[in-house]
Design a protein around this ligand. Sequence first.
Ligand SMILES: [Fe+2]
Ligand SMILES: [Fe+2]
Length: 210
Amino acid sequence: MDICAWNVPKPRSIECQALKPRRIGDKIDMKGLRKSTQIANKINIIRQLEKVHDKFTNKDFIKTLKGTDFFTAPCSKAHHLSTEGGLAQHSWNVYRLLKEKNERYDLGLSEESVIICGLLHDICKVHFYKPDGDGYAYNDQMPLGHGEKSVIILAANMELTQQECCMIRWHMGNWDLSSYGRPAYNAAMKMYPNCAALQTADYEASVFLE
Ligand SMILES: [Fe+2]
Ligand SMILES: [Fe+2]
């Protein structure tokens, strides 16, 4: 199964320029992200992903990711960061919040786990939206769910620890629970309390930053 062959147009050529990362607390302008911000996010995200290159079983993972809409897609249809580049901005925000929590609470997450969980937890949103009038509509090219879909895509491209799988699978917390899934969710929360760090980073990013 060629799970990483996301069928998409070639990425636009982007002139790179190094920009300082945004500070946590900088509220995003919902009217749209500036091109310079989108470029900065792309540079910052790729720079971090290159640090975990050893984890990739698919050595073309970053190249493949650049060929998807990860850096241009919105983060949602109509809620937070429903704008071009929103998914990358959200991923960057969550990464930075997760990194901050890891340090503040001494959670023991490796730098690799912070990068993978923070930046790639929403990889399920690649090729998930399509432009529709002034906004976006759903256009899921791999309808497998949310957190579980991210785990499936990532597991096909890199080595994941069980903790990383659980953190990503359950990063939506109570927003993505069925009665059938609750026992597994409860077990994961007990086994890996760090699931709460990604859940809260994700939620805080959407509420306070986006
Ligand atoms: Fe998510
Ligand atoms: Fe998210």
